[in-house]
Design a protein around this ligand. Structure first.
Ligand code: ATP
Length: 230
């Protein structure tokens, strides 16, 4: 589903930002990509998306939906036109696709604004649109960059439930986040980066072992491991 082998990755003119980062996401698995600001999470995601010029290594990735932290839309297209356009690109069964689109718009409470421009929406509404477009693609893998910052609690719960459903259908999810209490409850495994290096990967219990905090929360383990880093 996703196999990441980064030997080195970075930006033009820079020395490598990331070194020796190896991890995978299997079908039906939600993997949390965590680490402090500047750790290299977004750079790792860019490596997976293949948009870094300065990259040594290899990435195997199946068909995916990417949900960026900062939503991007076509300026002159309404929400419904975005959905319509996606259907045209994907060339999937129109009736089924539109039914699912209507369901998702209803769940995320965007039905009333389908003829409005997403550029005029609030940050959370824009994120919801990006999520709807991602779910409509029905990918094998979701790559989601910090989904929780703009979403209200209800939308967060809806997102987590939808991801749970997708996992049951065999999809994998790589999600970068700073919201560690939610990550602890929902992620099957974690990849912890700091200073462009892989500090630990595995289940919560692997992270507890590595941090020496048996039974500790993800937050406490993270804090402990980061103490050793500074
Ligand atoms: N476009 C860029 N050009 C040059 N350096 C960059 C660029 N984007 C990020 N960096 C550098 O790469 C390093 C890792 O940044 P990155 O954005 O990957 O971290 P992050 O873990 O996603 O952080 P955050 O949690 O703050 O979003 C930082 O030192 C940052 O300054």
């Amino acid at each position: 589903m996703l196999v990441v082998n980064i030997e080195q990755a970075g930006y033009p003119g820079d020395t490598a930002i990331l070194e020796d980062i190896h991890f995978s996401v299997k079908p039906g698995e939600l993997v949390g990509l965590i680490g402090p600001n500047g750790a290299g999470k977004s750079t790792a995601v860019k490596s997976i998306l293949g948009i870094l010029n300065n990259f040594k290594g290899n990435v195997e990735v199946s068909n995916y939906s990417y949900v960026p932290e900062r939503p991007i839309f076509y300026e002159r297209a309404t929400l419904w036109e975005h959905i319509d356009f996606l259907q045209a690109i994907l060339q999937v069964h129109e009736k089924e696709f539109m039914k699912r689109a209507e369901e998702l718009l209803e769940i995320f409470q965007l039905t009333d604004v389908i003829h409005h421009y997403p550029d005029s929406f609030s940050k959370g509404m824009q994120q919801k649109v990006m999520l709807i477009l991602a779910f409509l693609r029905k990918p094998d893998l979701y790559i989601i960059d910090e989904p929780f910052m703009g979403l209200d609690p209800r939308a967060t719960k809806i997102l987590l439930n939808l991801l749970e459903e997708e996992k049951k259908n065999g999809a994998g999810v790589l999600m970068s986040t700073h919201v560690l209490d939610t990550a602890e409850k929902r992620c099957d495994r974690f990849v912890l980066l700091s200073n462009g290096r892989l500090i630990v990967k595995g289940s919560l219990s692997d992270i507890q072992d590595k941090s020496g905090l048996s039974g500790g929360t993800l937050f406490d383990c993270f804090d402990k491991l980061m103490e050793g880093e500074s």
